[in-house]
Design a protein around this ligand. Structure first.
Ligand SMILES: *Cc1c(COP(=O)(O)O)cnc(C)c1O
Length: 424
């Protein structure tokens, strides 16, 4: 469910007309709904607690949508943060997430990033390899700390989604095998800079079926039991993120209630505190990308291109993952549909949002909204083709605020410096 609905004669968000935002801020622009972000977080939390899961740590995966105002919205409800870079740790802290709710994951953390996170006092470092374990131990020791760590395991399950976002097969770069996890866990126990507290997994993204989660979580349970059988203490089990969202043409993902019931089954009696790292399921349907039709270009043989002022640099998911986004005109049009290729202005064919999509008839100047664009939309945006970074707006209860302004061209050029030999 989300709070983008037809209201006051056009597509609106929490009582704010999208055309009013487009007028004020220009297009393209991302628009996020506070009520939807809050709802997705609380529905997941309530589903978990209704299953008897006590005090779950819901560490929002910052990379899905790292805008400070978005993180702050969730932090105020008690969300933690799952982070994968120093920049994300800094964002989580700046948005008010307490360090004791921040998890630092990622296959390639640099020494500086590890030191920063440890000094900040993050809850847990999720370690993905032996060299990383050694490096973390050395850095913690030099800081006079014992870092709480979890070993990230690769459960070797096939988990739907697109190949570029599947992370849980043995030949993906993430995590270590079960056998390796046992060895590393014992090793961490004997490392002066480390305190192993648990194990973690994250099997992929946009997963629309419970089976791979259930298979992975069953294996994680066995791992906890076998670590304990060796006398190693395990307090925490981090089950990652990955729950999919409906993008319209895809299988309906499991509901938070079904997911929570499965988690409860898989972990019953295990006596661990559970952590989750949801990103997409919280942010995707809480955001849209609003763009304007520049013109309709019709080929003599009949193919019609709707050329927008948004491009792959603003929303890369269709080009990168063949992702489907529902596209809705902001003003309703009840007329017979027309088949369009919807494209951006960038100089490559990959800058195509969709081909052969039947939409209401569009004309130059019309506003359209890409639905379900709140996750991995703005966070993956760039200035490719020297297009200005897309702005972001947060709506709440009939009001809106620009939470990342569109830079000016002067801002863009001023970031770069000339080498001395080019000075006049
Ligand atoms: C990307 C990522 C997530 C979030 O995945 P979603 O599919 O957005 O829920 C969680 N944990 C880790 C380690 C990740 O890399």
């Amino acid at each position: 469910m989300n709070h983008f609905e037809f209201d006051q004669g056009e597509l609106s968000c929490e009582g704010v007309r999208l055309s009013a935002i487009a007028e004020a801020v220009g297009t393209p622009v991302y628009v996020y709904s506070t009520a939807t972000l809050e709802r997705h977080f609380t529905v997941l939390r309530d589903a978990l607690t209704a299953e008897g899961i006590v005090d779950p740590l819901i560490a929002y995966a910052v990379k899905a949508n790292p805008n400070l105002a978005v993180i702050r919205t969730l932090a105020r409800l008690g969300a933690g943060a799952d982070t994968v870079s120093e920049g994300e740790v800094r964002r989580a802290l700046a948005a008010g997430v307490p360090p004791e709710r921040i998890v630092f994951s990622g296959v390639g953390k640099s020494a500086d990033e590890i030191a920063f996170a440890l000094k900040a006092g993050v809850l847990e470092m999720n370690l993905e390899s032996e060299p990383e374990l050694e490096l973390t131990s050395r850095i913690a020791q030099s800081l006079g700390l014992r870092a709480q760590v979890a070993i990230r395991v690769n459960p070797d399950v096939e988990a739907g989604g697109h190949a570029k976002i599947a992370t849980g097969k043995a030949d993906n770069k993430f995590g270590v095998s079960f056998a390796e996890a046992q060895r590393l866990y014992a090793r961490a126990t004997n490392s002066p800079g480390l305190k192993p507290v648990g194990v973690a997994c994250h099997i992929g993204s946009q997963i629309t079926d419970l089976a791979p989660f259930e298979a992975a979580f069953g294996k994680m349970r066995q791992l906890v039991e076998s670590l304990r059988a060796e006398g190693l203490g395990v307090e925490r089990l981090d089950l990652g993120g990955g729950l999919g969202v409906p993008y319209f043409n895809q299988p309906t993902p499991p509901s938070p209630a079904d997911y929570a019931a499965m988690v409860a089954r898989a972990t019953r009696g295990l006596d661990v505190s559970l952590a989750f790292e949801p990103g997409r399921v919280i942010a995707a349907n809480a955001g849209v990308l609003v763009a304007r039709v520049l013109h309709i270009h019709e080929r003599p043989e009949g193919r019609k291109f709707a050329v927008l002022d948004a491009a792959m640099n603003d929303l890369i998911r269709p080009a990168m993952y063949d992702a489907y986004h529902d596209i809705r005109p902001v003003l309703p049009r009840d007329a017979v549909g027309v088949v369009y290729d919807v494209v951006g202005p960038i100089c490559e064919t990959g800058d195509t949002f969709t081909r052969d999509r039947t939409l209401p008839p569009l004309q130059s100047g019309d506003l359209v909204a890409f639905m379900s664009a709140g996750a991995y939309g703005a966070s993956m945006s760039s200035e490719y083709n020297s297009r200005l970074l897309v702005p972001e707006v947060l709506v709440k209860d009939g009001a809106f605020a620009v939470v990342r302004p569109r830079p000016t061209y002067e801002d863009m050029l001023a970031r770069e410096t000339a080498p001395a030999w080019q000075e006049p």
